[in-house]
Design a protein around this ligand. Structure first.
Ligand SMILES: Nc1ncnc2c1ncn2[C@@H]1O[C@H](COP(=O)(O)OP(=O)(O)OP(=O)(O)O)[C@@H](O)[C@H]1O
Ligand SMILES: [Mg+2]
Length: 441
């Protein structure tokens, strides 16, 4: 568990970064291993052998000069060496090799060469590697003088090692660039699909950028998503049409019934029947409201403040005690009529079941948070879920006076969900019910 969460923290978040990582890490590892093997095995061994050869030649020269240090002989040897072996030599009879501290030059070349000299020449020496001059100067102490040998660096080690390394880095960069380019193209349709799904979830239109494109699996997912969206739309419109039809059709016989009951005059049952008919009418109106909530209203850029002000001033005109506290920029993409219906349902509830209403609205990160408090009796917490079911009413005996249908909260929830938001109930510090709404911006 711990390891897994550690991995989750280390792993990059986006698909692009992850797929690049999957691609790049093995390549880098292989390159690193290759470079290591190349330098350690191949390049190292080669340099060893080159140094060995040069040291051997120097051993021969040193021995020859020691045997016969006459100037003619030395100039002959030096001529041969320069001509055939690229080594420049000179001899200073009577000179003494000044000992210098060991660790002045410990480059890898002088180390390898030093090892070879130790084995072959077996005399005190001094190496001077001058990388900029491309020459290596070696001074060897002979019995009666000092022998100076200059060797071109190409005789001692091959510079192809660095070129190899440069090529490795260069190809890695090319590979990275190419894969970023290709991967981004592969991932774009997935990102578009995600954006489309998010928008649909918030009840907005399908973005025009969603196309069935990309790799086969992505195309399948996009096609499935489009089909699913069509099916949901079809189902909703079927349901809406049926509900609207039923409600509408039932109204006519109900009106007739009302008329007939009215004609009964003061029949003992007439009053009860009339009450039932009125209840039925109210329910049908509720149905129609519910259905209208899902109508084809378009989401537009709007300001929640306008809606809030309209609702609150409406409630105040009707004699309600509503206190509104709204802060900051509340610009949102929303379906204004639906949103107004949802919020006014909640305010109506609060006014119906309580006497004071407090409403506070503010931006919290990427959401707009709406909190509605009242000082009424509230709802028992075990019924917080039930009250969102159509026609569910808490403790009907308490409600006979208030006479609702039980569609106010379900409609509100529908609207909030279709905006991609959440609605939850809680106990209010004011004593009654608290409704908390979060709508993503
Ligand atoms: N602010 C509130 N305080 C106390 N109880 C509430 C509050 N809001 C809702 N309720 C309870 O939740 C039930 C469901 O509310 P809902 O708004 O869905 O229906 P309604 O108000 O009864 O009828 P309608 O809104 O359709 O006219 C209500 O019957 C009521 O018992
Ligand atoms: Mg209500």
């Amino acid at each position: 568990m711990k390891i897994r969460s550690l991995f989750r923290n280390i792993l990059p978040r986006t698909l692009l970064a992850r797929s690049l990582m999957i691609l790049i890490i093995p390549v880098l590892l292989t390159q690193m291993i290759t470079v290591y093997i190349f330098f350690d095995r191949h390049w190292g061994k080669m340099t060893d052998r080159l140094a060995y050869a040069v040291a051997g030649e120097m051993a021969i020269v040193a021995e020859q000069i020691e045997n016969d240090p006459s100037p003619e002989r030395i100039s002959r040897i030096s001529g041969h060496m320069a001509k055939h072996l690229d080594l420049l030599i000179s001899y200073q009879p009577g000179a003494v090799l000044d000992t210098i501290p060991e660790d002045v030059d410990r480059s890898i070349v002088s180390e390898i060469l030093g090892r070879a000299l130790d084995q072959q020449v077996r005399r005190p020496y001094r190496i001077n590697v001058d990388l900029s001059e491309k020459w290596v100067e070696i001074a060897i102490a002979l019995d009666d003088g000092v022998l100076f040998v200059s060797s071109p660096q190409r005789r001692l080690f091959s510079s192809s090692g660095y070129i190899f390394l440069l090529w490795m880095i260069f190809t890695s960069i090319i590979l990275l660039a190419v894969s970023i380019l290709f991967m981004r193209n592969q991932i774009r349709p997935i990102r578009r699909l995600a954006v489309a799904a998010e928008r649909i979830g918030k009840g907005r239109d399908m973005p025009a950028t969603l196309k069935v494109e990309g790799a086969r699996e992505v195309r399948q997912a996009a096609q499935a998503f489009l089909d699913m969206n069509d099916r949901i739309k079809r189902q909703i419109s079927q349901r809406t049409a049926m509900l609207a039809g039923v409600s509408h059709d039932l109204r006519t016989p109900l009106t007739r019934l009302k008329l007939q009951v009215a004609m009964l005059g003061n029949h003992p049952d007439a009053e009860g029947m009339m009450q039932d008919i009125q209840d039925m009418e109210k329910m049908l109106n509720g149905y129609l409201d519910f259905v209208r909530g899902e109508g084809g209203e378009q989401a537009v850029a709007g300001d929640l403040n306008d809606i809030l002000n309209r609702i609150v001033s409406g409630a105040r005109r009707a004699g309600g005690d509503v206190i509104l506290d709204s802060q900051g920029d509340l610009a949102l993409t929303l379906r204004p009529m639906a949103m107004e219906r949802a919020l006014s349902n909640l305010i109506t509830n609060a006014r119906k079941y309580a006497s004071h209403v407090w409403m506070s609205v503010r931006r919290v990160d990427d959401d707009v948070e709406i909190i509605i408090d009242d000082d009424g009796p509230g709802i028992p917490p075990d019924q917080y879920e039930d009250v969102f079911r159509p026609f569910y009413r808490v403790d009907t005996s308490r409600n006979t006076a208030t006479g609702g249908v039980g569609l106010g909260l379900p409609i509100a929830q529908d609207v909030i969900h279709s905006h991609g938001g959440q609605i939850t109930l809680d106990q209010s510090p004011r004593g009654g019910l608290r409704v908390i709404i979060l709508i993503p911006v």
